[in-house]
Ligand binder design. Structure first.
Ligand SMILES: NC(=O)c1ccc[n+]([C@@H]2O[C@H](COP(=O)([O-])OP(=O)(O)OC[C@H]3O[C@@H](n4cnc5c(N)ncnc54)[C@H](OP(=O)(O)O)[C@@H]3O)[C@@H](O)[C@H]2O)c1
Length: 301
């Protein structure tokens, strides 16, 4: 069943830039009522001023459970219900594993995974209590990544948060079906947002090698998310063929390891070229890539 986007109440975390911002713009243009959350309130307010309709902005850090709870409470207080929550806030950065501090690891899990869990936990409680609208009590939309299906060198903790988000979505999709609550995971790859500049700022290594190749626009990613909000489905893979490529990757892990060694070596080379701290790779792999490996590599973030 199609859900009407007119007057739909949607919470978007990480709405101050990139995919979240593009989604807010698209949904507002279709008559949606939005709760926009992120840490940079000035950016949210500027966005809300430019959007048609009346929306609410919340300064919130999703790594703090109390902020997640406040986001959901605000949606209920301002609009009386919550139709869709888009858990989009997140970040990543490249760093050798043993150079990650305990704080680095905890912070990225607190934001990407526990932020998602806390927002969803409170949202589900509210959704279970409300009457269905167009056949659904609500929808959880979790912005994971293509790397949920295949880990990445130097981004291994980031990829682990994204794999955990996918696993969460898979389990909840079945658990919440009897309550008419849809669950959708979203798997972007190489989208033209601030993700890579943020990663660069935070990194011990330049993540440029992962960002090579053409990038998808946040508007295109948002458009595919809007379709899955209107007509809920399990997974959204905005880049054509990325889902197929990653499925093949799961079936041939040794071949994909070779591709990954190539990416690892490129990252090391670029890192060295920029005169930053040298990181020694323990092994070097044969970089020859078959057609299928190139196809898989093309779709990895
Ligand atoms: N771009 C890609 O190629 C790509 C690929 C796969 C997956 N993704 C995922 O897509 C999502 C959106 O990223 P993007 O590409 O749009 O990057 P972006 O432009 O950097 O946007 C990230 C958003 O998350 C917010 N955010 C970060 N930490 C937060 C925190 N602790 N609390 C609240 N908000 C926080 C940021 O807002 P503030 O800084 O104002 O808080 C910003 O609005 C992320 O989950 C990312 O992992 C992106």
């Amino acid at each position: 069943m199609r859900r009407s986007l007119q007057d739909m109440v949607t919470v978007i975390t990480g709405a101050s830039s990139g995919i979240g911002r593009a989604l807010a713009t698209d949904l507002a243009g279709r008559g949606g009522r939005l709760i926009l959350a992120a840490r940079r309130l000035d950016r949210l307010e500027e966005l809300a001023r430019d959007l048609p309709g009346k929306h609410h902005c919340i300064a919130a850090d999703v790594s703090r459970p109390e902020d997640c709870h406040r986001i959901i409470a605000t949606a209920l207080e301002k609009f009386g219900r919550l139709d869709t929550i888009v858990c989009n806030a997140g970040y990543g950065f490249a760093r050798p594993f043993d150079a990650m501090s305990e704080e680095d690891v905890r912070q990225i899990f607190d934001t990407n995974l526990f932020g998602t869990i806390e927002c969803c936990r409170k949202a589900v409680t509210a959704m279970k209590r409300q009457e269905p609208r167009d056949g659904f009590r609500g929808q959880l939309m979790i912005v994971s990544s293509a790397c949920a299906r295949r880990g990445l060198p130097y981004f291994s903790t980031y990829a682990a948060t994204k794999a955990a988000q996918l696993s969460l979505a898979e389990g909840l999709r079945i658990e919440l079906k009897p309550f008419a609550i849809a669950v959708t995971s979203v798997h972007p790859v190489r989208c033209q947002t601030e993700f890579f500049s943020t990663a660069n700022d935070l990194s011990g290594m330049d993540p440029a090698a992962l960002a090579e190749g053409s990038k998808q626009s946040p508007d295109a990613v948002a458009a595919s998310m809007v379709r899955a909000i209107e007509k809920p489905r399990g997974e959204v893979w905005p880049k054509a063929l990325s889902r197929l490529s990653l499925s093949i990757a799961v079936a041939i892990p040794a071949a994909v390891d070779k591709v990954m060694c190539g990416i690892r070596d490129r990252m090391l080379r670029e890192h060295e070229n920029k005169g930053k701290q040298r990181v020694n790779a323990k092994q070097s792999c044969d970089e020859s890539e078959s057609d299928i490996e190139e196809e898989v590599a093309h779709h990895l973030p």
